[in-house]
Design a binder for this molecule. Structure first.
Ligand code: COA
Length: 708
């Protein structure tokens, strides 16, 4: 096996393809497939299979795939779903390696069992399956257009993976208009077997592919996909467009973490974590794809804007702030570089404003001055239409400048604002492969994507750690709760879990009598807090089951009686397991740490500020577990109110080290004890640096392994 072999070489480079359902009837998918394969000049052997016609497309047609003499690497299946299983079995007999299952009518139409049978038969027969319910695949390596999409796909270095077939076909059309060349386009459909991760693993190593775009509707094997994405984004840019920014599925959750962890929020955060560039829509995705596939990587972060209009210069500056682009800001240096190309009235402050009076020569000189300086790492060229704008000479000038920038491996893009003539000029430039845009934001967002890709390449991979959190002891606590028929831990059990994991919890004891309560309070030290412990009362405050700030024995006695009375009134049948007496924790900065098993991505961690107001403020972010220390830090920084942790208005900074330690420990508990489904610490008080953190309230949900 060769190095980096993902077992997918024959998928992208089949030496022979059979089309089951190849047809002479114009309008049938079996006809269109043959037409595309033949007119696309497929370099391997092609075998049409048809039970009626002895010839299809002028080629000998086989009634049965097993009649073919030579080997068949790939079979494309385009016959009705009811006949597919039989054909799959024949393919297995023939020793086919890959099936491309165009046919619809499987799980997407409710026929889950049929799909399962077909996939099983294929896998048992040693085959991998793309689809079903797809438009096929195009692979430039052997000029194979096994799709029923458009003909004449342009060869190039961009790979597209799409879950939507119809959109995929539209994307082939868009690549053609945008002049984007494809190394492959693959429709994954129902993902019965092969999915994005299988394809990404291969494309990461594919020398023909420089950039990848994926359109995703839903994730199946999320954890596996994240592993693939982490690997591939360190080599190539991966742009993802995901539809369905809905919060459905998160509503029934039992914790704050659950209700805040809407599918889109989690998806967005974990994609960022993996270095994926998530585009808002197809247009943005294609802009990025085209720009990144062609642009040289900047050697640093210092970007310069040259403009002949002050207004668009300001707009571009705003856009740079939005997309995190750093503008070179050294007045002396800028004067040295640009003053000679500047007309009077011009400004050498970034954005360099050569003003509306500037001639084309001034404009060209300014851009070339930026090219010559090693301190300028990337250039944004803005142009407002002027009275003497001449489309032809402007296009020539930009083409010349662009070639110079490409020759020197420095990225540049252009934004042109004006009327019809300017629009035509943009079209002309784009047809020459030059990144010219109408909108300033469109252009700047492309640089944003390029810089984020650069960061991925430079990112130091830290070890993602799972701390030993006493999982055996925790497992016993969880098992006892499950044996008791509960799907949650009582508060003293939850506290014991955190204690075992080394997370600071308040001193606490369970009392079953007034005497025990007074004894516990003496031992803990006043003031104390008392809370009802009952498997039937989850919302303790609502039941009047909480008493705070109890200063002495008398108050503890009164509180004990009151809490029991309130609980009885609230639910006369509630089983009371005791009263918890705890240290009254002094207030710190209120944060929330949550961890839960996400349906798509497995264990995830949430951090936020806001404590009881967290659902209103929604100032939270997520990471897929396990995480490295660096990822924990970036999770903290992503939250809007992060400056509160650094200390504002003269406050001392908070104990960020202790906070990170607790986050990593919570994450490790969830990663190592599979029967825990949710952990939420809310609030977790964070004190000043060196003074640590303290858990105030904990909620832990559990389930038997098979239910997780
Ligand atoms: N082996 C080989 N060929 C077979 C066959 C078999 N077991 N059974 C039938 N055929 C032939 C037929 O004779 C026919 O050829 P002909 O035109 O020469 O008669 C051809 O295969 C197609 O069969 P037919 O029954 O006419 O099916 P169809 O073309 O109407 O539909 C599909 C087949 C696969 C296109 C259809 O079932 C389907 O799934 N359509 C949706 C596809 C889709 O949208 N996919 C997702 C895109 S995103």
């Amino acid at each position: 096996m060769k190095e980096n072999d993902t077992g997918m070489d024959l998928f992208f480079e089949p030496g022979s393809v059979a089309v089951i359902g190849a047809s002479n009837t114009v309008g049938k998918i079996g006809y269109k497939l043959m037409d595309n394969i033949v007119s696309g000049s497929y370099e391997g052997k092609l075998y049409p299979i048809n039970p009626r016609d002895p010839e299809v497309f002028g080629m000998k047609a086989y009634k049965n795939i097993t009649e073919i003499e030579g080997p068949v690497d790939m079979a494309v299946i385009a016959i009705p779903a009811t006949f597919v299983l039989d054909e799959v079995e024949k393919c297995a007999k023939k020793g086919v390696k890959f099936l491309v299952m165009i046919t619809s009518g499987f799980s997407e139409a409710g026929n889950i069992e049929l799909e399962r049978k077909v996939i099983k038969a294929a896998r048992d027969g040693g085959m991998r399956v793309l689809g079903p319910n797809i438009f096929g695949l195009y692979s430039s390596r052997v000029s194979l257009n096994a799709t029923f999409g458009p003909k004449g796909v342009k060869k190039g270095s961009v790979a597209i993976i799409t879950q939507s077939g119809a959109l995929g076909i539209a994307m082939i059309g868009m690549t053609a208009t945008e002049g984007i060349g494809l190394s492959s386009i693959i429709s994954v459909g129902n993902k019965g077997d092969l999915d994005e991760a299988d394809l990404l693993d291969h494309l990461a190593e594919d020398v023909n592919t420089k950039a990848i775009m994926a359109y995703i509707e839903g994730i199946t094997r999320g954890e596996r996909m994240l592993e693939s994405l982490r690997r591939v984004t360190r080599k190539k840019p991966v742009i993802v467009i995901k539809s369905g920014r809905s919060r459905r599925g998160a509503m029934a959750a039992a914790s704050h973490t659950g209700s805040l962890a809407g599918s889109d929020e989690v998806f967005d955060a974990v994609m960022r974590q993996c270095g994926v560039l998530r585009a808002e829509n197809l247009e943005e995705g294609f802009n990025w794809l085209k720009f990144i596939a062609d642009a040289p990587l900047p050697s640093g972060k210092d970007t310069v804007i040259v403009t002949n209009g002050g207004g668009i210069g300001v707009m571009a500056t705003d856009a740079c702030e939005k997309y995190g682009i750093e503008l070179l800001d050294e007045p002396e240096l800028m004067r040295n570089i640009f003053s000679s190309s500047m007309p009077s009235f011009g400004s050498c402050k970034n954005p360099i404003d050569i003003t509306g009076q500037a001639s084309e020569v001034n404009y060209k000189d300014a851009l070339l001055a930026g090219l010559e300086s090693d301190r300028v790492h990337a250039m944004m060229a803005l142009y407002c239409q002027t009275a003497d704008f001449d489309k032809a000479s402007y296009s020539e000038m930009i083409t010349l400048i662009h070639n110079e920038y490409m020759r020197k491996h420095k990225p540049i893009a252009y934004s042109l604002v004006g009327g019809e003539e300017v629009s035509e000029c943009i079209k002309e430039l784009r047809s020459r492969g030059i990144p010219a845009f109408q909108g300033v934001y469109e252009m700047v967002s492309c640089f944003g994507a390029l810089y984020r890709f650069r960061e991925n390449l430079l990112r130091e991979e830290q070890e993602r750690v799972s701390i030993d959190t006493g999982s055996i002891q925790i497992g016993k606590i969880v098992d006892a709760a499950l044996a008791d028929g509960r799907d949650f831990l009582l508060s003293h059990e939850a506290r014991a879990v955190l204690e075992a994991a080394g997370i600071p919890t308040p001193k606490s004891r369970i009392a079953h009598t007034i005497e025990e309560a007074m004894e516990a309070a003496e031992m803990i030290g006043y003031p104390v807090v008392m809370k009802i412990v009952s498997r039937d009362i989850l919302h303790k405050s609502d039941a009047g089951g909480v008493a705070l700030d109890l200063e002495d024995q008398e108050e503890v006695m009164d509180a004990y009686q009151l809490i029991i009375r309130n609980a009885r009134n609230y639910d006369p049948h509630a089983r009371i397991d005791g009263i918890e007496v705890s240290e009254m924790v002094h207030k710190g900065l209120e944060t929330i740490i949550g961890a839960r098993r996400d349906r798509s991505f497995g264990p995830i961690l949430m951090f936020g500020l806001g404590g009881i107001y967290v659902e209103v403020m929604k100032d939270v972010s997520f990471r897929a577990l396990p995480i490295s220390r660096g990822e924990a830090i970036s999770l903290l920084k992503e939250v809007r109110s992060y400056p509160l942790l650094l200390g504002v208005r003269g406050e001392e900074s908070k104990d960020i080290e202790a906070l990170i330690d607790s986050m990593m420990r919570v994450g490790s508990i969830l990663s190592s004890v599979k029967r825990i489904t949710d952990i939420e610490i809310n609030p977790l008080f964070v004190y000043e640096r060196g003074k640590g953190v303290k858990v105030v309230d904990i909620r832990i949900m559990v389930a038997r392994d098979r239910e997780v």
